[in-house]
Each structure stands twice: as C-alpha cells, then as structure tokens.
Design a protein around this ligand. Structure first.
Ligand code: NAD
Ligand code: ZN
Length: 342
C-alpha cells in the first residue's frame, strides 16, 4: 500500500510502499478515503524540536481520517466490511485506574496514532475495534475526516454550560472555529473570537460569531464596551497556543468565569494568578476527546443542524501532498483535506 511517512530524522515526508497491516483478532482494517492535515503533521514534516524529541522514524504519520471497513478480525462482531468509520487516535491502555473506571480520556498511558504508532496517511489503517467509530448516515466524508479536531472543539465547549452565556474563543484555527459553531448551536449569547489571520476571522463571521476580533487592531475591552457587556466573559476557550492569549482572556473574564485550555504553544503563557484567585476563575486543561460521549455529541449535533464544513478550505488528491502541506502551513488555508480515493 502507499503511505506517507517520515523515513528518517530531518525535514520532509516521503510516499513509500508498505505491506498492508496484519489484522489481529480484535482489529478492524480500514480503507482510508480522506484524511485531514493537523498541526501535529506539520510539526513532524518540518522536524521541529518537538518532533525530533518525540518521533521515532520510520513512521506513517496522520491521525485524522474517514474510511470504509475492508476486513474485521475474528472477535469483531459489531462492525462489517463496508461500514463508514473514523478512528479515535488515542489508544488507551485499558488497565490503569481511569481506564478501569471507564474514564478512558484520562488514561495514564495512551499511544497516539501517527505519533507513537503507524498512522492513517496510507491506503489502509488498522485499529483495535475499541477505537472505531461508525458514522451515522448522512455525515459528509469531508466532515467525517475531521471528527478528531471537531471532537477537540466539542470536548472543550461541553466542559461548561454555554446556554445564554458570553463566550470568548482565542484562536480561529480549525478547532476555534468549530468551537464557535458549536457554541452558537448550543445557545450562547455573544461569541467573540480572536485571531491575527483575516481569512480565518472571515470564516468565523460566516459561522455566525458576534464579533471576530483581530487583536492587532482592537482590544477585548473595546469589544465588551461595544457589546454592552458589563462584567466580562462567562466561558473562555483558549485555542491559539499563543502566549499572550491566555493572559488576555484571564483579564477579560467575569468573576466565576470558566476557562477550557486546549492551545499548546512553544512558550508557556504567564497569567495574573491573583485574578484567578480573587475572581474565582476555573481553568481546566483539555486533551483529546471523551470516548465516546464526544463522538456521540458530534454526531447528534450534525443531525440537528450544526455545520462545521466552512472550516474546510482546501482539498487535494494525495499525489499532491506537498502542495497540500504548503497550503496547510500558509495563512490562506484553514482545514486541508487529502483525498486517498483518487
Ligand atoms: P491552529 O494553529 O491552526 O490555530 C491557532 C490559531 O491561533 C491560528 O489561526 C493563529 O493565527 C491564531 N493566533 C495566533 N496568535 C494569536 C493571538 N495572539 N490571539 C489569538 N489568536 C492567535 O491550530 P488548531 O489546529 O486550530 O489547534 C488549536 C490549538 O490547540 C493549537 O495550539 C494546537 O496545538 C492545540 N491542540 C490541542 C489539542 C489538545 O488535545 N489539547 C489537540 C489539538 C490541537
Ligand atoms: Zn489507561
């Protein structure tokens, strides 16, 4: 099979020819149809410090995908060849305290698809049946391909009630934008999103945010004033990873405000801890998705009218993967899809 891999330490990716993975008795073999390019894939391609420390080539990369089941192991009864599925990219140990209690998103020993083990940027990917999510009828293949980052967004927005609340989202990347759409769907009053990229702020406006603020030319204090907000934002979602975003958010929260922290940057943010204490703020770190409540929530929200497809701006056949990666790095694109069917 063809696969997109990091074959040796250093920048770049290669299209290689590999054997189709063996299917264990508990496994599901999936023909990959479409994949999404994530920031993680860009780090691995560029071979930055994080990638050099974490990745052990040779490695097939990628963790965002949708595919069609090609074969199932002899213990697998609930999936059939032909099912349209995606995969949860965090493989949990199944034995730690949290796994045993059913809190698999809190597993102490996860293994990441396309990071710690062979990923999905290939014609086939093999996963344990416990990591397979069958899509409901009617989910578009493009949206199905990005259930992983869509899940990050839903996992964050569902941490705290947003009905009637004023929500601040820092970072209008694919995840911030999908979070904005989810918060709108879930009944927030004002949704203010920040970024420094005009293309992405424009997508945010199309998704129905109240204000899309370029932080280079305006402040959150001004936005609050314009909206007639008196006491600050009720819910904050940090989705930029930029070191100035969280301090800015903390300064603009209402007393008792609740923050979900998803963004990961190279430089740690420095915040005013006195504000956290005196204003009784909650800051909760968020990782991955909840297995599988987040996946259920994504599915039913799509069925009840949520549309996250505007975050997908570019599509390429996999032969043009270099162009696709350049687009994903550039400022014009948001989510970039690779088509493996062609
Ligand atoms: P992304 O890098 O595409 O989006 C980040 C956005 O932040 C970009 O549009 C960028 O222009 C914007 N930005 C830069 N400076 C800013 C500033 N000062 N204020 C506001 N916005 C600013 O990333 P993404 O794929 O949407 O992911 C969002 C973040 O979440 C990233 O930091 C990523 O590493 C992280 N992430 C975390 C998890 C997790 O499980 N915790 C999973 C996936 C991604
Ligand atoms: Zn575990």
């Amino acid at each position: 099979m063809r696969a997109l891999a990091k074959t040796a330490a250093g920048p770049g990716l290669s299209m290689v020819d590999l054997p189709v993975p063996d299917v264990g008795i508990n496994d599901v073999l999936i023909t990959v149809l479409r994949t999404g390019i994530c920031g993680t894939d860009l780090h691995i391609d560029a071979w930055d410090d994080w990638a050099a420390q974490r990745i052990k080539p040779p490695l097939v990369i990628g963790h965002e995908f949708v595919g069609e089941i090609a074969a199932v192991g002899s213990n697998v009864n609930d999936f059939q060849p032909g099912d349209i599925v995606s995969g949860e990219g965090h493989l949990v140990c199944g034995r730690c305290r949290n796994c045993m209690a059913g809190r698999r998103h809190l597993c102490s020993d996860t293994s990441g698809l396309g990071v710690d083990r062979q990923g999905c940027f290939a014609e086939f990917v093999c996963l344990p049946m416990t990591n397979v999510w069958r899509h409901a009828d009617g989910v578009s293949l493009d949206v199905a391909a990005i259930f992983d980052p869509f899940g990050n967004a839903v996992h964050c927005v569902t941490q705290f009630p947003v009905l009637g609340e004023d929500v601040l989202i820092t970072g209008a990347g694919p995840i911030g934008l999908m979070a904005a759409a989810v918060a709108r769907h879930a009944g927030a009053r004002f949704i203010v999103i920040t970024d420094v990229n005009p293309h992405r702020l424009e997508i945010a406006r199309r998704l129905g945010v109240t204000v899309a603020l370029d932080v280079r030319s305006g402040t959150l204090a001004e936005v609050q004033r314009d909206l007639g907000m008196a006491e600050g934002f009720d819910v904050g979602l940090e989705m930029s990873g930029h070191p100035s975003a969280l301090p800015d958010m903390v300064a603009n929260m209402a007393h008792g405000g609740r923050i979900a922290l998803l963004g990961i940057g190279t430089q740690a943010p420095e915040i005013d801890w006195h504000k956290v204490v005196f204003n009784m703020l909650t800051i909760r770190g968020i990782y991955g998705r909840e297995m599988y409540e987040t996946w259920y929530a994504m599915t039913v929200m799509l069925q009840s009218g949520l549309d996250v497809s505007p975050v997908i701006t570019h599509r390429y056949v996999v032969d043009d993967f270099r162009e696709a990666f350049r687009a994903a790095e550039g400022g014009d694109a948001c989510k970039v899809i690779l088509d493996w069917e062609a």
